[in-house]
Design a protein around this ligand. Sequence first.
Ligand code: PBG
Length: 329
Amino acid sequence: MKTPITGPAIRMRRLRRNAQVRRLFAETTVELRNLVMPYFIVPGSGVLRESAPNSGLWQVTADRLADEVALLVDAGVGGVMLFGVPDEKCDDGSKLEAQLVPTRKATEALRQRFPELVLFADVCLCSFTAHGHCGIVRDQVIANDESLAVLAKMAVLLGSYGIDFVSPSDMMDGRVAAIRGALDEARLHDVGVLSYAVKMASAFYGPFRDAAHSAPQFGDRKSYQMPAGNRREARREWVLDEAEGADALLVKPALTNLDVIRDVREASDLPIFAYQVSGERAMLVAAAENGLLDYARAMEETLLSIRRAGADVIVSYEARPRALAARGR
Ligand code: PBG
């Protein structure tokens, strides 16, 4: 005799019945160790300020950085990424060493206090030049090969200060190979390269350019950053960077590139980073300020989705507030 059917035999809701059941079966988590916090290093002393009210982008001087970062280290943050923002700009790379003095002091201070804190530093020229482009400019054109030498020099300087992973975000062709070669020549074999392998020419970088003084003064970045619609081209970018010796790959922005993050995850065995950029955060802040959504829940959902897409590590301005909340501040 057949048992009468009383409803669906398979019930998905058994796995969602209460918070403990849901916690047990959670496939993806976002922990502080998965997050890297960016800081904008400005010249001078005594400064720790947000670039604009509630931007979440922190500008800090070298003397204040170690105390600030201590809060994050205590809470277990994955790492810290430094962006040098010099006051004086220079278009040919000849003043790099002077421009990097605050970044050098910041790196040394962090290294001394936290010997094993994982330190990343941006390699790019947009904050260092008056024109705000990511490479050397000749007659209004970004000169790729000339830029490589300057970027490589910047990487070697940062590596010599104690940075663990230099992070080229300039999108010049051949820069991973140029940087790897220059680091090895300088005997900085243990300094790694986190390559911004897939970086789209994006509308989501606005608040960052304000904090980093890096908005292009003419034209745009479309001759070096990628068109957002091109998935095959994205693959060529990360395949190249892997072949050139990158230790880890980064995709950016994060939320608009979840498919690309998944593509990289499935085709590469390198660690994958995603950068939740300034505009992604600003979008949530603005919506929450207008009463349209709950910031904490929406932020958690985006971070979870980025991890689910395949990112091991997320560079996110949310690392700081999360760390402070974890410490009960
Ligand atoms: C520049 C750089 C940018 C970001 C990281 N590195 C901006 C740009 O390309 O214009 C954006 C990060 C963010 O918006 O948070 N090399």
